[in-house]
Design a protein around this ligand. Structure first.
Ligand code: P6P
Length: 335
């Protein structure tokens, strides 16, 4: 059984003049008393994405590919463009009224922005500036992932459960530059039109197919997966599933969102808590998937219910079509 593929509008029906900015202003109607601060922050993410996309297109020509010879707090080798993308996002966001906290995969600690002259609601923005950046040298897809919470004065250092996010999304820098966003009222997709420099809405209220026919996992780690997951993957192969894995979460999750199926980064021998980070990878993707009718779990509980204990905390990630995720959970529970 599989539902229809997500509703992506054919060209003739694209809201040619509904830009990301116009869409976000439309969405403000869901927030009585909205001051426009959240819209202004999403606008910052949009200009950051356009800037990063332009830099990626010219990376090889301007010799900014490759590693800088340093490791980030994760112990991962930093690509030059990791640092460039991180600087773009951090500088643009710090210039926006209403940003109270910035948390980045590339920075050891949270950056709390002085609130002395701040009035009104402030927000915490967590992001992975260039997810999958090791794909850059080989022309693979990479992405930016972001998660936005309200933050009350004095609580800037507190991390909230994913269920409390007010917005989440990602940018996929691939054959085109795609911006996917939810503010809690459905999942909407935009494509950058380089001719006008605007993100144009191409799909509203994306719904993930109820089931898919592919799984996305790094099978090199399979011996270290929990037995239930190994059994589930074996059943998928028996049922004729394809295997698709880009090695960049944004690319893999975007495929699952549009085509259905399941993405997983389970616990492995090397990473018993999994590899993906809760605050700026698992949480935002989980909000997107749940808003699109999918499921997102650690295998023990919904990702959005995990009580965070640190900025760079890792969790196992299993997300995708409800029928596929539920089947994995049933097999793991011996059902
Ligand atoms: P592996 C990229 O480094 C990343 O953080 C995610 O984008 C991706 O899903 C995962 O790690 C890939 O990890 O161990 O399969 O290379």
């Amino acid at each position: 059984m599989s539902g229809n593929a997500a509703t992506v509008l054919p060209l003739k029906q694209i809201d040619a003049f509904v830009t990301l900015q116009a869409h976000v202003l439309e969405e403000e109607r869901h927030f009585p008393g909205a001051t426009g601060t959240l819209s202004w922050i999403i606008s910052a993410l949009s200009i950051s994405a356009k800037t990063i996309a332009a830099k990626l297109k010219r990376a090889r020509l301007e010799d900014v590919l490759g590693e800088i010879g340093l490791e980030n707090v994760q112990g991962e080798k930093q690509q030059k463009l990791d640092v460039i993308a991180n600087n773009v996002l951090s500088q643009v966001l710090q210039g926006r009224q209403g940003v109270g906290v910035i948390g980045s995969e590339e920075d050891d600690e949270l950056l709390v922005i002085d609130a002395s002259d701040a009035g009104g609601t402030r927000y915490a923005v967590y992001f992975d500036p260039l997810d999958g950046s090791s794909n850059l040298d080989v022309g693979g897809s990479v992405g930016t992932i972001f998660s936005i919470f309200r933050c009350e004065p004095g609580s800037e250092q507190q991390l909230g459960r994913g269920r409390l996010q007010v917005a989440a999304g990602y940018v996929l820098y691939g054959s085109s530059t795609i911006f996917v966003l939810t503010t809690g009222f459905g999942v909407h997709m935009f494509v950058l039109d380089p001719a006008v420099g605007a993100f144009i809405r191409v799909a509203r209220n994306l719904r993930i197919p109820l089931a898919g026919k592919s799984y996305s996992v790094n099978e090199a780690n399979i011996e270290g997966f929990p037995p239930g997951i190994q059994r589930y993957l074996a059943e998928c192969r028996q049922r004729g599933y394809s295997s698709r894995y880009a090695g960049a979460m944004v690319a893999d999750v975007h495929r699952v969102l549009l085509k259905g199926g399941i993405f997983l980064y389970p616990p492995t021998t090397r990473s018993p808590a999994g590899k993906l980070r809760l605050m700026y990878e698992a949480n935002p993707m989980a909000m997107i998937l749940e808003q699109a009718g999918g499921m997102a779990t650690t295998g023990q509980q919904p990702i959005l219910d995990v009580e965070p204990d640190s900025l760079h905390q890792r969790v196992p990630v299993i997300l995708g079509s409800p029928a596929d995720v539920q089947r994995l959970m049933d097999i793991s529970a011996g059902v």
